[in-house]
Write a protein that binds this ligand. Structure first.
Ligand code: URA
Length: 231
């Protein structure tokens, strides 16, 4: 396959846009900058875009340390979306695997692989999410038991699934939930008369937020991290 065709297929861009990447010396083949789009890409070619290896079959997977004030939807009239933080070709082709509220920070997974994200978001898979929580009022010890038994959220038919609560001190805790109802953590604490004033996601399944990522930074997932939700 011609290199410009290969680039447009793997990056989801037009041939003209691929031509620009080549002209701007952003493409390397087997470690050498290549500007000629007619070069034939064969199986033994390692094609890189800005240092990132491209493969024809490759869906994309990223983790983002979401800063406060960014929303997880593609379009918003008032707030910036997480997609503006991505210096990638066609970020609009990515979607969020499990949204966070605008004022929640921390781990967001993004991909263009719908089956993969379904394993994270589908209630059937009971994927565990871990959040660090700051509260307005002191947290009584009995909330651990209440959350383990499930709480009644306003407007919901069933109790929440058992959640694990670890109290760090009077107003800080870590909660693990295995479902993802709208504003779930905030509503759970509201159900026991408290108020969440800070919420940060630390982990989704076995994928932990990389502590080297500053708020607003992202990185591709490792093969091991991707494999966790392929099982
Ligand atoms: N629960 C919430 O209330 N908000 C989030 O952003 C995530 C979980």
């Amino acid at each position: 396959m011609r290199l410009d065709k290969f680039l447009s297929t793997t990056l989801g861009i037009t041939r003209k846009e691929a031509g620009k990447l080549l002209k701007n010396k952003q493409i390397e083949v087997n470690g050498e900058i290549v500007k000629n789009g007619s070069l034939k890409v064969t199986d033994d070619c390692d094609v890189e875009f800005n240092g990132r290896s491209l493969s024809l079959s490759g869906p994309r997977y990223f983790m983002l340390n979401k800063p406060e004030g960014f929303v997880c939807s593609h379009v918003d009239d008032y707030n910036p979306t997480v997609f503006v933080l991505f210096d990638e070709v066609s970020p609009e082709k990515l979607h969020v695997a499990g949204r966070l509220d605008g004022d929640t920070t921390g781990l967001v997974l993004l991909t263009d692989d719908g089956q993969w994200s379904h394993r994270i978001t589908s209630p059937r898979h009971e994927c565990e999410k871990v959040y660090y929580v700051e509260l307005a009022d002191p947290l009584p010890e009995e909330t651990v038991q209440t959350f383990a038994e499930g709480v009644q959220l306003r407007g919901e038919k069933d109790l929440t699934r058992p959640a694990k609560l670890e109290i760090l001190n009077e107003r800080e805790a870590v909660i693990t939930i295995s479902e993802g109802k709208y504003h779930q953590v905030k509503r759970m604490f509201a159900a026991v008369g408290n108020k969440v004033v800070g919420l940060h996601r630390e982990q989704v399944g076995s994928i932990e937020l990389d502590e080297d990522l500053e708020p607003g930074e992202y990185r591709p997932l490792t093969d091991e991290e991707i494999a966790y939700f392929l099982k």
